[in-house]
Write a protein that binds this ligand. Sequence first.
Ligand code: NAD
Length: 437
Amino acid sequence: MHDEDGFHPVREQTRVLVTGAGGFIGHNLVRYLVDRGYYVRGVDLKHPSYESSPAAEFHRVDLRSADDCLASTRGIDQVYHLAANMGGIGFIEQNKAIITHDNTLIDIHMLEASRVNGIRRFLYTSSACVYPRRLQERVDVAPIREEQAYPAEAEDGYGWQKLIIERLCRHYREDYGLRTYVARLHNIFGPSGEWRGGREKSPAAICRRVALASSDEWIEVWGDGMQTRSYCYISDCIRGIYLLMQSEHCDPVNIGQDRLVSINELVDIVATIARKSIGKRHDLGKPQGVRGRNADISVMRTVTGWKPEVSLEEGLERTYSWVIDQVRKSQRERAERAEQAVLGAAVELRKAVSMALGDLADLIDRLCIVNLKIWHLEEAIRDNSKPDEEIGRLTRTLTPLNEQRATLKNRINELTGLGVQDDKIYGGSITSGDHDD
Ligand code: NAD
């Protein structure tokens, strides 16, 4: 069944919309929901980067537009709203205006469209970046609890925007009865996330740098590497998001891990997985975010029974193996592109040479003909029996032929690069006199 936008919901199943379905978490969530028998519509600016989406429908839309949000939520029961303009710490620190602008438009239009289209459940993916900096200034930071988001002092830009939309979710719930859920995600990692290009997060960036380094080389680490984080593997995150949506707990809740590691330790774990001895060169000029961040996940455990199941080492092993495949694939593709470029250049060169040779043969033919004409004319001029008027006419005919000959010789010189003045090459030996050409 198609409606006017080409969207075709099937009525029998629970109809779910995943926004950001071309992104890292969204794509994995689509697969999880499809496996559980949901009818899934995925929307995003782009298709998933590494494999096609298993969603029943996938639409490329721009959710900054209210109309696209309305079309995307039409005929849908539940919304998992993940779409956001985001990236790792380098990206979010350097793009505050565009991130706040885009994500605010996306989020307010998605909430309003969900209200208009009678969505029954709406889950918003917020972030650990909503927590105050003052609680994250030590590397041995305590796991942060949900209520500690206030008094607010969120990460400038990305974090403040998430915090305000968390509140807007509550207002929509309280004022309009839209059942909203808020998952505060903490450093989700795993295969099929961004691994290069500037938006990648620390686990993928470290896996890439280690994959590209030889043993006994060093890799660049942002900051002094003592900053600490906790990392949650993608499958645990997806299960957590799903369980939260089935619950009755509508206040913001942390989904993450509570094992704290430093970035230096993260590098060592990845180097061990890669069986390489990797040194670290610390770049203190690069952004490093808060000094320490850890997640208290007790609320999530209590309200849903969820707990993370994949250890950091296991998750990094899977991620490293995926990243190294991507690195090899991209090296192969680069080599193929270089080979194609060289072959293409050779074909062009062959074409150019054969065209030039064709031109040269043609010029030489024409020069021979001109030389023959000149020779005949000169013979005729030397014939004393001819009247003076006839000699004058023949001499005048000679002038344009000599000009033609000069032009042809210049063209031949240009093509061959010989700069030859040797008349033998041009059949000049058959001419009897010196010509000023
Ligand atoms: P991602 O960048 O891989 O996915 C986000 C997707 O949103 C992208 O595919 C992007 O194309 C899409 N998008 C951006 N602008 C859009 C627009 N105007 N219209 C339609 N689609 C648009 O990020 P992710 O890691 O999968 O994160 C998903 C959600 O989880 C985001 O809301 C993010 O803020 C939140 N989150 C993620 C993490 C994490 O560690 N990955 C941590 C905290 C919060």
